[in-house]
Design a binder for this molecule. Structure first.
Ligand code: M6R
Length: 606
């Protein structure tokens, strides 16, 4: 989704803006632009393009000396991909960039007679026109008047051309962080990655508070003019975590980071082989009277929730409902005060998940966020937070975030099982001792990378592919199929292996890739029968299983043998193989897996 960077201070702004935008590229975008005070005087210049940051760089002045400006990467919502629709937008003395959606922009246009000033098709330009209309030389007064008129989500960064060196900002829902770095100046961005080169400290711009940045500092006040305290946070990762460090893409780097990410997520939460959440401030009382669980999430995070469901329900008999967050609001949620609602999100900013969480909070005070980004909105809005520690995930395709989410589900399942008296301490100890071996398991599985790469050569011309499995292998298959779709554009679907013959097998013809996962001993022979059924119809079968060797050609064309692990842990090595298959299929098709078409890393519009 759209990205924001703003800077005012002692350094030259243009390089900070362009580098910041380059760091935000991972969010997904289709056009980019900057606005800055030319020669630090009372005049704002704009450079923008329907293209990438390197295209923007090409239209920027080489010797730009400005020390104050704002920059934006746009992911089109209202209006197509064009230079006119790219941000910043300037109307009169107001130049602004915007993340979010102004839902009432039509009404604002007619009520304030703004149409004649507009040059683009965007809701953002309407906001610029409104700010300009209400501007009488006092930026703060203008923001106070305009802000209550907007319906929707917004993070605005605004330059008023008669206030050189100053940046004003305000937000609702759409995230924005800022910092003042001594010696450099003031930074603002849609996420910390944009200015991590300059500061590991940051604060979350509170909603409906006006931020005023100059080269000397940052002030915050509410809409009544009351000064507000700024509370700084810091991150424990640095700029290298947000760089490729020699890997060809972020995605493959992040696949390789999974062992460490899991260590960071589980180690401190297992004490004497039992789940230990005291340092997270999560009391056992949260779980003690839980009657059922609802998991709300989107995409990969939801598939991690599906693994959680299979585990919690099958192992401990706890009823779990996994709901697509964007649908949750339109269903009648069956939630009581004893329902534990778990919101899973890497970014912590996914608007569908956030809206679902807000709705859930009307029914229960037991909400728990499983979130990767510290201080993100979902983390702040939930009653409790269980942080995953994947570190920054830059590639659009989620990999290490999925693994740590799944690992978190295992920890939560163990805790629930114990607190609810569904299992014994000894069983949980055995279960968690197994979980501790997962980083090593993943390390071993990564040694299959060249085989995974080689097998994709037979897949790159495929139009369709299928993932099949039963039980945990089925839930894992959903993630495998999503990964392949989003970065290789091969249409892929996951099916419960037993369901194929109820319709889908009609689509299986000569050469269609079927990735079959058979790691669950209780259903192994049934899955093998299902595999034979597709093999007999010409499928190109890639089998992932714990068998050391499969020489029977009527079962599969390729066999990838994962380390011999307990069934419930097989998800971890299996998903690594699925990630590698997707990655190499993407490369084989000449696609940049880090920035697949049409997709954004963090989906902050509904
Ligand atoms: O930040 P979130 O975990 O809330 O994001 C949810 C989905 O948008 C995300 O998992 C998406 O499906 C990924 N691109 C999948 O790789």
């Amino acid at each position: 989704m759209c990205g924001i960077i703003g800077f005012t201070g002692k350094r030259r702004a243009q390089e900070i803006l362009l580098n910041g935008l380059a760091r935000l590229e991972y969010r997904g975008y289709d056009s980019a632009g900057i606005a800055y005070f030319r020669d630090d005087q009372a005049h704002v210049s704009i450079r923008k393009t329907a293209g990438k940051v390197h295209d923007l760089r090409a239209v920027c002045d080489k010797d730009n000396e400005s020390h104050c400006g704002i920059g934006h990467t746009r992911w089109a919502t209202h209006g197509g991909v064009s230079t006119a629709n790219a941000h910043p937008h300037r109307i009169g003395k107001v130049s602004l960039i915007h993340n979010g959606i102004i839902e009432n922009y039509h009404e604002l246009c007619s009520k304030y007679d703004l149409t004649s000033t507009l040059m683009s098709e965007t809701d953002t330009e309407v906001a610029a026109a409104l700010f300009n209309k209400l501007y009488d030389g006092d930026p703060i007064a203008c923001i106070k008047k305009a802000t209550p008129l907007f319906v929707g989500s917004f993070a605005f960064c605004i330059l008023f051309s008669d206030h050189p060196g100053e940046i004003f900002a305000i937000r609702n829902v759409s995230p924005m962080v800022a910092t003042y770095a001594e010696g450099d100046g003031a930074f603002i961005a849609s996420d910390l990655t944009a200015f991590i080169d300059y500061s590991k400290n940051y604060f979350i711009v509170p909603e409906y508070q006006i931020l005023h940045m100059t080269k000397d500092g940052i002030d915050l006040q509410d809409l009544n003019g009351k000064p507000q305290e700024i509370t700084y946070l810091s991150v424990d990762w640095d700029v290298t975590a947000a760089e490729k460090e020699g890997y060809a893409h972020y995605m493959i780097k992040e696949i390789h980071e999974q062992p460490q990410a899991i260590h960071r997520t589980i180690d401190a939460r297992i004490k004497d082989s039992l789940p230990y959440f005291e340092d997270d401030g999560i009391p056992d009382s949260l779980f003690s009277d839980v009657s059922d669980i609802t998991i709300i999430a989107c995409g990969t995070a939801m598939y991690a929730g599906m693994v959680g469901k299979t585990l919690m329900q099958n192992k401990f008999g706890i009823g779990v409902n996994v709901v697509v967050a964007s649908e949750f609001r339109y269903e009648r949620p069956v939630i009581s005060e004893h329902t534990l609602v778990i919101a899973v999100s890497q970014s912590g900013e996914t608007i569908d998940t956030l809206e679902a969480l807000w709705l859930a909070k009307k029914h229960t005070e037991k909400t728990l966020a499983v979130v990767n980004v510290k201080g993100s909105t979902i983390a702040r809005e939930s009653h409790y937070v269980f942080y995953t520690h994947a570190g920054p995930e830059i590639a659009v395709a989620s990999t290490k975030a999925y693994s740590v989410q799944v690992a978190s589900m295992y920890l939560l399942a163990a805790k629930l099982g114990l607190v609810l008296g569904k299992t014994s301490e000894d069983a949980v100890k055995e279960f968690l001792d197994g979980l501790r071996c997962v980083p090593d398991l993943i390390e071993k599985t990564l040694s299959l990378e060249s085989r995974a790469s080689a097998l994709t050569k037979r897949m790159i011309n495929a139009e369709h592919a299928f993932y099949i499995g039963r039980g945990l292998d089925y839930t894992l298959s959903m993630e495998g199929a999503l990964k392949l779709k989003e970065i290789s554009y091969i249409h892929a679907e996951a099916y419960a292996a037993g369901e194929l013959k109820h319709g889908t097998i009609a689509l299986v013809s000569e050469g269609v890739p079927v990735i079959a996962v058979a790691t669950q001993s209780g259903v192994y022979s049934k899955v093998i029968s299902n595999i034979r059924e597709v093999k007999a119809r010409g499928a190109y079968v890639i089998l992932i299983s714990k068998d050391r060797k499969i020489s029977d050609k009527s079962i599969c064309d390729i066999h990838l043998s994962i380390p011999d692990v307990r069934d419930e842990l097989a998800v971890f090595p299996s998903v690594v193989i699925c990630q590698l298959i997707a990655y190499y299929a993407s490369i084989g098709r000449g696609i940049n897996p880090d920035q697949p078409r049409n997709l954004a890393k963090s989906v902050t519009v509904e």
